[in-house]
Structure formats: structure tokens, C-alpha cells
Design a protein around this ligand. Sequence first.
Ligand code: HSE
Length: 299
Amino acid sequence: MVKVTVPASTANMGPGFDVLGLALKMYNVYTFEEIEEGLIIEGCPEIYRNEENLVYKSFVYTAEKMGKKIKGLKITMDTEIPVSRGLGSSSACIVGGVFGANALLGGGLSVDEMFVIAVQIEGHPDNIAPCVYGGLTASIIEDGKPYSVQYSISDKLKFCALIPNFETSTAEARKILPKVVSFKDAVYNISRVSVLLKALETGNLNMINIALKDRLHQVYRSTLIHECDRVSRICMADGSLALFISGSGPTIMNIIIDDSFPNKIKDSISKLEHEWEIKLLEVDKEGVKVENLSPEVIV
Ligand code: HSE
């Protein structure tokens, strides 16, 4: 039996659309066990307990890549990452399935090889990379192959997510984006991503605030997030240093240094029409973790 623990992640981070990602200390835990036959999935709603389950599909995809077969599989889930909220839940499922298959079936894949497989399943690397490697990552794809590098991030920075009780679909949030952007806007974003990475490393708050601005996606996507402006105004008025839409939304992520921020915004946020969970999150620097729970398993 193997246990795979995967972190949540926040992608894009303002100007770094489809490039930047950051792993956060909020986890999904999956255990994988070979059984005599069939598929048993426990720990998730009934609608996900079938062969369409993304953890299972990613496991099977990886097993096929490795040329391995399994008689039957039991997957048990203990999940913290909310679904369809822009916190990397689908990447967590995929990374869980890929690393679970390799560990349980003794595939001998390297972490980098599993990263490539996970991106093949997901389609873009910005949530997969932090989920696999931990910390702050930037990714590119060249000739269909993903590459990722890690950046340091100042320990003084903390993140506070505002997670609403409604979902947005990534497909919808991608459809709403323009097909073409101006040269000026492209330069606006490229320059900010470059400066943002250094500012996050040094913890230069003033610079982070300026460099987090974006012209490629957030202005369009904010229209899909109810009360986006009101939430942003409350957060900025009460001490958020900078904020951005987490992934394709609807979660709004704040960068803070003061632990009392959640308390300060609590009352105003509770008066909004929708429910917004306020969650203080620290950076996960480790990425996915695999443990053997039975001695006979070959890793
Ligand atoms: N970069 C992706 C997007 C993240 O913003 O659409 C969500 O998968």
C-alpha cells in the first residue's frame, strides 16, 4: 500500500498566466492498494467513485506508460483542497494518480519523468509543477515537453485565500479570454513577471504590489466571479498587500505579512451575499510526498 500526499497550488499569480505556480500547505492524501479485482474508491462523493475518477484515470494512464498491469485497485482519499475553486484540485488528483502508480507498481520513473506524464494529462504545467516540486515554480513547454524551474520566496510572505461557495469552470474561464493581445500588453506582463519573481524572493512588498498587475486575463475573468470587486476592496482596505485571482478562479488570493489579516476582514466578508471562506495558507516547499505503508512494495 502506498500513501501519496499532494499540496494545493495557486497558479498564474497575476501576470504569470499559464507560467507561475506556488504550492500551498493544504493537502489531499491518497492511498493506493492492490486488490484481487475491480475498483473501490472511498473518501469522496458517490459521483466520483467510478472509472472516470481523475486520480484513477491518471493511475491507469501512468501504469500503461510503464507497461504495468494491476489486478484491482482500492483508492482511499482524504481531501482538503476544494474542487473547482482555482486551488489546483485537478492537478492534485493527477499528481496523486501518477506518483501512486509509479510507487505501487514499481515503475522506477524519476520525478521529472512523472512531471512530464502529469502535464500530458493536465495540458498545462503551471499547477502541476508546484504540486510536484513544491515552492514557487515557472514553467514552459517546448516541442510538447514541459520544463520547470524553482524560485525562492521570502519566508515573511503569507497567503490568505478567499474561497467562495460557488465554482467556476476553467474551460469557461479560458473561453472568455481574447484570442489576440496587443504588443504593449504582452510587454506589460512580461516585464512584470520578471520583476515579480525577484520581488517575491526578496519580499519587497511595494514592488510585489506593482509587479502583480496583469493585462492578459484577470480583467476578463473577474466578470465570472460574483462580488470580486467588493471582496478586493475589503481586502485592500484591511491590509492586503496585493491580491490576484488564484488560477482560473474563483478564489481570490491575498499576499500578507500580518497573521491578524483574516480577523480584520472577517466581519465585512461575512456581510457579503455569498459565503467566502477565509483561509490562511503558508508556502509548501516540499511538493508531493510518497510513503510506503507495506514493506513488500517495490519503489
Ligand atoms: N493557467 C490556468 C488558467 C490555471 O488560468 O487557465 C488553471 O488551470
